[in-house]
Design a protein around this ligand. Structure first.
Ligand SMILES: [Zn+2]
Length: 188
């Protein structure tokens, strides 16, 4: 059960080679590593060993978008890191980093990180196969119990919360299911 905190990073803009605007990601190498016992993976000698997954960017409010929470030339991103790593990062980057409460993180994740994603994943191939089978069995007047069983299977396929291939709820769409799927703990 990985225990992490949502570390919000306000990513600015820097001028790169040829005057190109680049996302000014923080230099994580400046952050002191916690003791290896605090690690989530690896051997505790890399910054990534204290981080769960990668960036969770604000996908709707980028550098060129102006909103009260995301002014021009800023984009918000979150890393899930161990509480100790977050504390060390805040020492180095107090102006651009902060720790979100779980409620703030849930709102950010559901609305800004994954807001553009559909709730469900649709398996067209599986649904088409069921449709074709139903059409053919109906045309051939298959026995009633066979048709009933097929209809029951189709109902399951259409249920996002049933494992039958067809329409499935995307566990990554919302923080609540993502958290459950990966057994993530955010301390209060
Ligand atoms: Zn946004």
């Amino acid at each position: 059960m990985p225990t992490v905190v949502p570390l919000l990073v306000v990513i600015g803009i820097r001028v790169g080679p040829g005057g190109r605007r680049e996302a000014d990601h923080p230099n994580w190498a400046l952050v002191l590593l916690p003791p290896p016992a605090d690690r989530l993976s690896g051997d505790g000698t890399q910054r990534e060993d204290f981080t769960l997954g990668s960036w969770h960017y604000d996908k709707c409010c980028g550098h060129d978008t102006v909103t009260p929470d995301s002014p021009l030339n800023t984009q918000r991103g979150v890393r899930l890191v161990t509480p100790e790593f977050a504390a060390n990062a805040l020492v180095v980057f107090p102006a651009t980093m902060s720790i979100l409460t779980e409620a703030q993180w849930e709102a950010f994740y559901d609305n800004h990180v994954r807001g553009h994603m559909p709730e469900n994943r649709v398996n067209i191939e599986a649904l088409n196969a069921l449709k074709v089978e139903l059409d053919l069995r109906t045309a051939l007047a298959s026995p009633a119990p066979v048709l009933a069983a097929l209809r029951a299977k189709i109902a399951k396929a259409l249920d996002p919360d049933d494992a039958e291939p067809g329409i499935r709820a995307d566990p990554l769409r919302r923080w609540a299911s993502f958290k459950t799927a990966q057994s993530i703990v955010i301390p209060p």
